[in-house]
Ligand binder design. Sequence first.
Ligand SMILES: Nc1ncnc2c1ncn2[C@@H]1O[C@H](COP(=O)(O)OP(=O)(O)OP(=O)(O)O)[C@@H](O)[C@H]1O
Ligand SMILES: O=C(O)[C@H](O)[C@@H](O)[C@H](O)[C@H](O)CO
Length: 174
Amino acid sequence: MTTHVVVMGVSGSGKTTVAEGIAERTGWIFAEADKFHPQANIDKMASGTPLTDEDRWPWLRDLAAWMAEHAARGEDTVITCSALKRSYRDVLRADVAALGGGHRVVFAHLHGSAELIADRLKGRKGHFMPASLLQSQIDTLEELAPDEDGVVLDLSADPQQLIDEAVADVAPGR
Ligand SMILES: Nc1ncnc2c1ncn2[C@@H]1O[C@H](COP(=O)(O)OP(=O)(O)OP(=O)(O)O)[C@@H](O)[C@H]1O
Ligand SMILES: O=C(O)[C@H](O)[C@@H](O)[C@H](O)[C@H](O)CO
C-alpha cells in the first residue's frame, strides 16, 4: 500500500515550499505538476490568461497516470498541484484508486487569505505565473469536501510547522 500526497492550493499558496519539505522528510518521490504542463499551457498562463478545463484535463490525467505507475511499483510520491476543483481531484485520484489494494491519494490544502498570498507573490522572482492570475485561481477553487481524503493547513504558519503538520497527517511516524 502506497501514499500519494498532493499539496494543493492557488498559485503562491506555498505548495512547492511545503511539498519539497515533505519529500525531504519522507524520502518519497517528488514532482512539480507544473513540469507536466505542455508549453502551450505555460505560455498561456505567462501571458496572463487562465487555463480552461479543456487545457487542464490532459495534464491532470498525466499526473494521475504518473502516481499510479509509482503506486504499482510500491513507491510513495509527493506532488504539487493546484487541484482547484473537485472534478480535477476526482481525475487525480482515479488511476491509483483503480489499482485497488488500499493505495491512498491524499490532499494537503494550503489555505489562507488572498492578501497574504498576493504579498508573497509580489516578493517572488523568476516564476512564469503572473500575480494577476491569483484572482481567477481563487474564483476557481473548490475547497475539499468532507468525503475527500485530505487535510487543510493554514498557510500563514511558518514552513517548518506546515511540513510537520502535513507529515504527521499523511505519513505518521516519519
Ligand atoms: N509558509 C510560508 N511562509 C512564508 N513564506 C512562504 C511560505 N510558503 C511559501 N512562501 C513563499 O511564498 C512564495 C510562494 O511560495 P511557493 O512558490 O512555494 O508557492 P506555490 O504554491 O508553489 O506557487 P505556484 O503554484 O505559483 O508555483 C515563495 O516566495 C515562497 O518562498
Ligand atoms: O491549474 C492551474 O491553473 C495551474 O496549475 C496553476 O495553478 C499553475 O500551474 C501554478 O499555480 C503556477 O505554479
